[in-house]
Design a protein around this ligand. Structure first.
Ligand code: SF4
Length: 291
């Protein structure tokens, strides 16, 4: 294998696994490049916010067990260590880390102030690496699952990494991998979720408009309405936090307003809007870091 293979990762390194199909595909390609076994100093880390869908947790678990790769599950904690390592069974499922963060900051992440990504995704991964003896920026490489068709995000990520003294790489981007290739890997040649053939024998059991936190306010309002329509129960935790704080996650509409809008419509095509399928992981370069 050529050392220029973008999927060949030289440790020490962190593979940031968001729990979505794209970063899972990156992980698979990296495993293939390494003969299916990663060097000990290449760590795969998944950060659970507590608001991930159960399907996402199962998918992450399946990637680890089927591909025989040690995926480290971490959650943010307000402790000196800054994280706790959990597993599929012990992972938070009721938004506990997210709720504790909201309580600590006495605020909601809102609009572009998406500090939830920094605290719940990025920091626990970095804290994990610090616990591995790699606490300084640039001491290890970060492999990030952005595709070739997400070039603007890659550029922003590179800019931010340079500013912070981090070393990042984008194997999918460098390998020229775009969305159709990822979808064909998981769904088969026609790349359609509804008629997928599941070539890998398993898949993330969620339609494409789902992923990461179940009612993420950073998604477009069309997606949030559609999610509320498909699974009304997902709005409860978010609405409760808005009511408790008297604030809203979105700068445009409250969760209660979305619930009302959904109740007023009865056709999905009135609700749905095109969506951005970005996975939330260690690569939200627009995040504002609020200390
Ligand atoms: S998925 Fe959305 S709500 Fe969850 S951490 Fe990321 S930006 Fe925040």
């Amino acid at each position: 294998m050529s050392r220029t293979d973008p999927f060949l990762i030289t440790g020490p390194a962190l593979i940031s696994f968001s729990g979505g199909r794209t970063s899972a595909y990156m992980l698979w390609r990296i495993l293939q490049a390494h003969g299916e076994t990663l060097p000990d100093d290449v760590k795969v880390v998944f950060a659970n916010t507590g608001k991930e869908r159960e399907e996402t947790l199962r998918f992450v678990h399946e990637c680890g067990s089927r591909w025989r790769v040690n995926v480290h599950w971490v959650e943010w904690r307000d402790t000196l260590a800054g994280f706790e390592e959990v597993g599929f069974n012990s992972a938070s499922r009721n938004g506990e880390p997210f709720s504790q963060l909201i309580e600590k900051k006495n605020a909601l992440p809102r609009g572009p102030q998406r500090w939830c990504t920094q605290f719940l995704k990025v920091r626990p991964m970095f804290s994990f690496m610090r616990a591995c003896g790699l606490g300084k920026p640039g001491q290890y490489l970060e492999a990030i699952g952005l595709r070739n068709d997400e070039g603007h995000r890659i550029l922003k990520g590179l800019e931010r990494a340079e500013r912070d003294g981090r070393r990042t790489c984008y194997p999918l981007g460098n390998g020229g991998v775009s969305k159709p290739e990822v979808l064909a890997f998981w769904w088969g040649a026609d790349r359609v979720y509804e008629t997928r053939t599941i070539p890998q024998g398993f898949d993330l059991d969620l339609p494409p408009l789902w992923g990461n936190c179940d009612f993420c306010f950073a998604m477009g309002v069309g997606i949030r309405r559609e999610r509320a329509k498909q699974m009304p129960s997902v709005t409860g935790w978010w609405q409760a936090h808005e009511e408790a704080t008297g604030r809203t996650f979105s700068m445009r509409e409250s969760v209660a307003e979305i619930v009302q809008q959904v109740a007023a419509f009865d056709k999905t095509d009135d609700l749905f809007a095109d969506f951005d399928d970005a996975e939330c992981g260690a690569w939200c370069p627009t995040d504002e870091v609020a200390e």
